[in-house]
Each structure stands twice: as C-alpha cells, then as structure tokens.
Write a protein that binds this ligand. Structure first.
Ligand code: HEM
Length: 586
C-alpha cells in the first residue's frame, strides 16, 4: 500500500504527454530565439548604420540586391548617414563591415597606417582555390610575404619592363591593329564587338610577358587568320546598304581558342563567383563541380607545367643570358635562393605557380577592362580623339614623316602630356575597382570613430570626391589621421567631376611656357596606394599607353549610337555591359 501511494505520488508529478510536448516546444522556441538573437547584426557602438537592417538576419543585403549596382548603394550610404564612415551587415553571425568613403581617410589608411589595417581574410577567401599562395592574399606581416615579394621583385624593374615586357606588349597591340584592320574592312562601316578582342589582346600580352609564348600560341594570330578566311560581305551597294547602320553590329564568328589559354579566362570568372557569395570557399568548390571550371583548373596546371619545363630548359642552357620572361626570372630567383640556403630548388612549388597565375590575373582583366571603357569614351568624345591624334602625330613627327607607326622605343621615350591626361582620365572615370578590403589588426580610430580589432573594412577607391560630387558631410572634431591633409591634391569641381575631361590633368608650366601633365591635379585611386597598392602599375600604364597610341594612330572611333551606353556590369572589376567599336582606318 505504501508502495502504491508512493508511485501514485510520483505519477501525479509527471506531466501528461501534451504538457511535455508543450514544454519541449517552448524550450525549442526559446533556444531558436536565442540563436536568432545571436545571429542578428551586432552594431559597433558609435558608427552609423541602417536601423532596419540591424533587425534582420540578412542585414543590408536585401537593400544592396534591390539597388541596380552595388557601388551605387555603397556611395549612397555616406549621404544617408551624413557621415563619411558607416557599418554594414552582410551575413548572419558575422561582425559588421565598416565602409570608409572619405578620400583623405582612405589614403591615410592605405599609405600610412598599413600596420593597423592589413590585407585580411576576405581576399584570401575570394582568391581561395584559384591561387592561394599569391601574395595578394597574404597579410604584410605574415611570415613568407617577404619571400613572395622577393620572387617577383624583378618584374617591375625598368630593365625588365624595357627589355622583356615592352616588346611583347607592343607586339600584342600591333596584332590587334592588324585584326581590326581586317575586321573594319569586312564590317564596312558597321560597328562590331570589341570587348573580346581587347581581352584576348591583353591576355596575349601578359601571357607573352609571363611565359614568352611564341606567335603560334597567341590568340590574336588565330583570330587574324580566322577573320582573313571569312568572305567579304557583298559589295553591291543595293545589297549592303540596308544593314550598314550604327545600330546594327556586324557579328564575326570566332576561332576555337587554345584550351590552355582559354583556361586563364576562367580565373576572373571564378573570382567573380566567390566575390558575389557570402561563403566564397563553398561557392568555388561548387563551381568546380561544373565540367567547364574543373577542365579550366586542369588546363591551367598543365600550362604552368609545360611552361616551367620550357623555362628550365632555357635556364640550364644559358643561365641568366637566356632569360626571356617573368617565369624565367622567378625560377632564376628560386635557383639563387636555394643555392644560398644550400638546398635543392623547388621549381614546381605552389608559390611559383600562384605568383605566376597572380601576375596573369593582375595584368589581364584590369587593363582589358580599362581599354574597353577607353574605346567607349573615344566614340563619345570625338574632340578628345581628334586632339589626341593630332598630339600623337606631332609628338611622333619622325614616324609620321616616314609613314610608319611609332616604335615601342619612341612610345616609351616621348612625353606627350595629352596622352597621359587621356590615360589618367580613363582610369579615373572607368573606376574599375570600387572597393578594396582591409582588416584592423588592432583597435583603431578613423575620423574620430572607434573600430575594434579584427573588423573588416571596405575602402572606397571611387565615388564621392573622386568620380561623383563630394559630400557635404559635417566635419568630425578628431579626425584620428596620422598626418595632416595638406598633402592632398585639390578637390575636383563638383560641377564637372562626373564628366570625361582629360584637360583636367593639364596645367601650364610657367617657366617652360608649355602645357604639362599634372598627376596631382586632383584625387585618383585607380591603382590604390601605399605599400599594398597595385604591384603592376608600371606595366599596366605601359599597356594602356601603347594600346592607345597604336589604336588612335590607325583608327577613328565613330559613334556607335544606341550601342554606346555606359551601363556597367559588376564582376571582379567593373566592366562596361558591352563594348562596340565603329572604325574608320586613318
Ligand atoms: C590598368 C591596370 C590595373 C589596375 C587599374 C590595377 C588596380 C589594382 C588595384 C586597385 C589593386 C588593389 C590594391 C590594394 O589592395 O590596395 C591592385 C593590386 C594588385 N595588382 Fe593591379 N592593377 C592593374 C594592373 C596590374 C598589372 C599589369 C599587374 C601585374 C602584372 C597587377 C598586379 C597586381 C598585384 C600583384 C596586386 C596585389 C598587390 C599586393 O597585394 O601587394 N596589376 N591592382
């Protein structure tokens, strides 16, 4: 009986199944709510943010997606917050990212505060599987960074640029002139798509500098042969006239590309995939499940293996005297280092492989995109084009008299201020890189705002003050800058800041009484700045100067009418949505 009483007592304490279920549900909901609260953005105190975004898991992402272009949304933030610095929430569980749009603060961070603001995790995640050992992904203070830089240190020296890069760059763009001669003859006044040609030319140029590829491997050689093999369109005016119009592009078929060279075009595509994803590593892994990307990865490996063997043959045959390209120079550096350290050289190391891919990536997509914008600006601004052609003919008067193109030596040694102004203005207006990232290595003060250690920072290289009217944001009492702003170039005039106007880069040298190029006429950050600014700037500028000279020397760029819009496509860099040219041979 006593037992029965006890079990009754216990039984009466146990909840019924319904109550039990309710308790489990309540606890689960409580736990989920805690996870939800944990996942919600945690604003950094004192830094402006969008209140509504702080109350949802995806933070600011829905607003960014709704805006036509990410960069427009970024540029709208300082105006929305009336502050040059704000924070955005990009993913659940992640710490906020701080965006800095003030030109002086950006320069201060990049040029003078690189210890407090280093490369950070985001770039490593984006470049991820493509070239994990490329120094672009590394922090400056990281062990090994110096060794990577040592490996590539010859590649931007005047000797390498003049002896190795310049003839190869010239050959590539000379081939483009030949291709466009063929195409413009066959297009008979109709526009045709230029972006693919520009991408293949810069790829040829950078591959040639990287590997010393011979003509047979060049994409443009195939393209020229292919276009030559196409029949001429009908010459009977009655048949041709209906289709000759600036609004109707001439479609040219393309030859089959070399699979190894095509594999290099996949690098920026993979980067764009990971850049757009909140989880870049997973996005790249998934992309590699697609045969196209997997094949490209395999072909890239086979390209680097073959080229390494070719380079080693040259090095073993003739040593330093036989060196012809960037890979030769890197292998030579490795050979010298191994000798010094009394070890066997590792010619097939991932470091050499990834520095080579990095060199190709840095020197391809960027220059091709800038040139695509330039071709559009030329068509839109015939007076700029006419003056540029006149200045080039005047500057290269011997070439003009002899009825030939300027040589590479002449292009390098002749100083033509208007050419420099056009290239600089193209870089400013094209603004192909909107934001670059850094991470705080310690607590930091920016424009009087406190940013905790390990915060991702996005620095604006374009937008207000650079390519858009500057903002009238209230001054902050303690700017927290390392130096005063007296070094800054004068601000652009808001009235014409968004116009393509190369003249803004010219001034009169009172002493000489002539017009000179003024690189400090106003703010520009196309190559970024500071110790981690663009490594390939000199090569990039050489590519642009050479291309612009040869193309303007040989062609007039006509208006492409409705095909000439300035719409952008945000990929790894900001490209024009399309790029057509309508050429008349000069
Ligand atoms: C018009 C052409 C080019 C433009 C507009 C451009 C722009 C840039 C920008 C904005 C950065 C980011 C810098 C930073 O994070 O502060 C960068 C980095 C870099 N660029 Fe360029 N670039 C161009 C051409 C080239 C060329 C031709 C090469 C090499 C062949 C190159 C190699 C690199 C490398 C290696 C970095 C990483 C530097 C580092 O992390 O220390 N770039 N470039």
């Amino acid at each position: 009986m006593a037992m029965d009483d006890a079990s009754w007592a216990w039984g009466s304490l146990l909840p019924s199944p319904v109550v039990l279920f309710a308790i489990v549900c309540l606890v689960s909901v409580g736990l989920l709510y805690q996870v939800y609260l944990f996942a919600l953005p945690k604003p950094i105190p004192g830094i402006p943010y969008n209140l509504h975004a702080s109350k949802r898991l995806m933070g600011d992402i829905p607003d960014v997606r709704r805006s036509k272009h990410m960069r427009q949304w970024v540029w709208s933030q300082p105006r929305a917050h009336r502050a040059p610095l704000s924070q955005v929430f990009v993913l659940p569980f992640r710490r906020p990212t701080v965006i800095v749009t003030d030109y002086d603060a950006v320069v201060d961070i990049l040029a003078r505060r690189s210890r407090e603001f280093d490369r950070g995790q985001r770039i490593r995640e984006i470049v991820g599987l493509i070239a994990p050992e490329f120094h672009f992904t590394m922090e400056t203070k990281e062990e090994g960074f110096k060794a990577h830089k040592e490996l590539v240190r010859d590649l931007m020296t005047p000797k390498f640029l003049n002896e190795v890069s310049s003839p190869r760059v010239y050959d590539a763009f000379a081939a483009l002139v030949h291709l466009w001669h063929e195409k413009s003859t066959k297009a008979m006044g109709q526009p045709f798509c230029a972006s693919h040609d520009l991408y293949m030319t810069t790829l040829d140029s950078i591959c040639s500098v990287a590997f010393g590829l011979d003509e047979s491997k060049r994409s443009l050689t195939r393209e020229i042969d292919h276009i030559r093999s196409l029949p001429m369109p009908p010459t009977d005016p009655s048949q041709a006239s209906p289709v000759i119009s600036a609004a109707v592009p001439m479609e040219f078929s393309r030859p089959q590309p070399d699979p190894e060279i095509e594999a290099l075009l996949d690098i920026p595509e993979m980067l764009s995939i990971s850049q757009k994803s909140g989880f870049p590593w997973i996005a790249q892994r998934l992309a590699l499940l697609r045969p196209k990307h997997a094949r490209a990865m395999r072909n890239r490996q086979s390209l680097i293996d073959t080229q390494t063997e070719n380079s080693l043959k040259r090095l073993f045959a003739g040593g330093e005297k036989e060196m012809q390209c960037a890979l030769d120079w890197m292998l030579w550096r490795e050979m010298c280092k191994a000798k010094k350290e009394e070890r066997t050289p590792n010619f097939h190391s991932p470091v050499i492989r990834d520095e080579t891919f990095g060199f190709l990536l840095g020197g391809h997509d960027t220059s091709a995109t800038v040139l695509s914008w330039w071709a559009k600006y030329m068509a839109e601004h015939p007076h700029v084009q006419a003056r540029l052609r006149a200045e080039l003919r005047n500057g290269h008067s011997v070439a003009m008299m002899e009825g030939r193109w300027p040589t590479m030596g002449e292009i390098i040694s002749t100083h033509i201020p208007y050419l420099e102004a056009v290239v600089q203005e193209t870089l400013r207006c094209a603004s192909i890189v909107t934001l670059i990232s850094r991470t705080t290595t310690q607590d930091a003060q920016v424009l009087g705002y406190h940013i905790p250690k390990d915060t991702n920072i996005l620095l604006s290289l374009t937008g207000p003050g650079l390519t858009e009217p500057s903002l009238n944001v209230p001054a902050t009492p303690d700017l927290g800058m390392k130096t005063s702003q007296t070094n800054s170039p004068p601000a652009w005039d808001n009235a014409d800041i968004n116009l393509f106007r190369p003249e803004r880069w010219l001034k009169t040298d009172e002493e000489k009484g002539e017009e000179v190029f003024d690189s400090r006429a106003g703010p520009i950050l196309a190559f970024s700045t500071g110790p981690r600014g663009c490594f390939g700037r000199r090569l990039g500028e050489m590519q642009l100067k050479t291309a612009v000279t040869l193309l303007i020397w040989n062609f007039e760029f006509g208006s492409t009418g409705p095909l000439g819009g300035m719409e952008i496509k945000e990929k790894f860099v900001n490209m024009p949505r399309d790029c057509y040219v309508r050429l008349k041979q000069t």
